[in-house]
Design a protein around this ligand. Structure first.
Ligand code: 13P
Length: 288
């Protein structure tokens, strides 16, 4: 597939459908700036695997807005001659308005996270997003239960989703993928992650759509494999990329106290970030 013109970006339906069928997962990597986006695209192109670029509301604001991000991603795809499937996705959109803004700017996928609301309200808001998004072929992910931890300065207490809540959310909205909170948390884990694999498998057997695992950083490899066996097709990773990149950058600045060229400073994290991307792609057994 050659991605040129306006169809450079895809929604996640085909890539996640194949992943569910083939028992592997597609990585969702959060992006924060041009360099990260470039490194992730280059590494995934080299490995010849599809990728989902996740943009939180905070990251969108940081980078200037959804239009700036679509322009940047499409420009990189063209200039770097990226031919793998790339999905540009809003991570934890907090409202219909945010999702609409991203869709209008050319995002091909959104997550509406109305999980802090009562189930009925969550269904109502999510359905509104689905009705808008599907007119443009944009895929929609939604969350039920609460994924714990802190991301983008938003902290949540974790509450696991029930099968009944998942069924109600899917049937009431027509979403394309579901993120049921089952014990994973954003940020660093305190102690060993405790995921409810039994319920994950049950939800997967009951629903036909792909499952998403948030809080993918810091989960031991065997538990990631188990989550994939239990039907997880999309795994979100942010914290481990941040940690790897910052570590390398800190080391670089320590070793070269006179460094001032931003390209050298920011670029000093390139290898660490690319290595981490490769590690996750191999762990998730991602294919095209
Ligand atoms: P981590 O903080 O574990 O990397 O999770 C990222 C995530 O789930 C983004 O939605």
């Amino acid at each position: 597939m050659i991605n040129l013109g306006d169809n450079m970006l895809v929604n996640f339906n085909e890539m996640l459908g194949k992943a569910k069928e083939g028992h592997y997962a597609v990585p969702h990597f959060n992006i924060n700036n041009l360099e990260w986006t470039k490194y992730i695209l280059e590494k995934c192109q080299e490995l010849d695997v599809p990728v989902i670029l996740g943009v939180s509301e905070g990251a969108a604001k940081y980078m200037g807005g959804f239009d700036a991000i679509t322009g940047m991603v499409k420009g990189l795809i063209k200039d770097l001659e990226i031919t793998i499937p790339v999905c540009l996705h809003v991570d934890h959109g907090q409202s219909f308005e945010t999702c609409k803004k991203a869709i209008d700017a050319g995002f091909t996928s959104v997550m509406i996270d109305a999980s802090k609301l009562e189930l009925e309200e969550n269904i109502k808001v999510t359905k509104e997003v689905v009705d808008y998004a599907h007119q443009f072929g944009v895929s929609v992910e939604a969350e039920v239960g609460h994924i714990g931890g802190t991301e983008d300065n938003i902290t949540a207490e974790e509450t696991n989703a029930t099968l009944a809540e998942c069924v109600a959310l899917v049937n009431g909205t027509g979403i394309d993928a579901i993120a049921p909170a089952l014990g994973s948390v954003h940020g660093f884990y305190k102690g060993e992650p405790n995921l409810d694999f039994e319920r994950m498998a049950l939800i997967n057997q009951t629903l036909s759509i792909p499952l998403v695992l948030h809080g993918g950083s810091g989960i031991p490899d065997d538990k990631i494999q188990k989550a994939i066996e239990c039907g997880t097709s999309k795994i979100n990773v942010n914290t481990e990329l941040q940690d790897a990149w910052t570590h390398a950058l800190r080391q670089f600045l320590k070793e070269d106290e006179k460094a001032y060229d931003p390209r050298k400073v920011i670029g000093s994290g390139e290898k660490a970030l690319k290595d981490k991307v490769e590690e996750k792609v191999r762990l998730f057994r991602t294919q095209k």
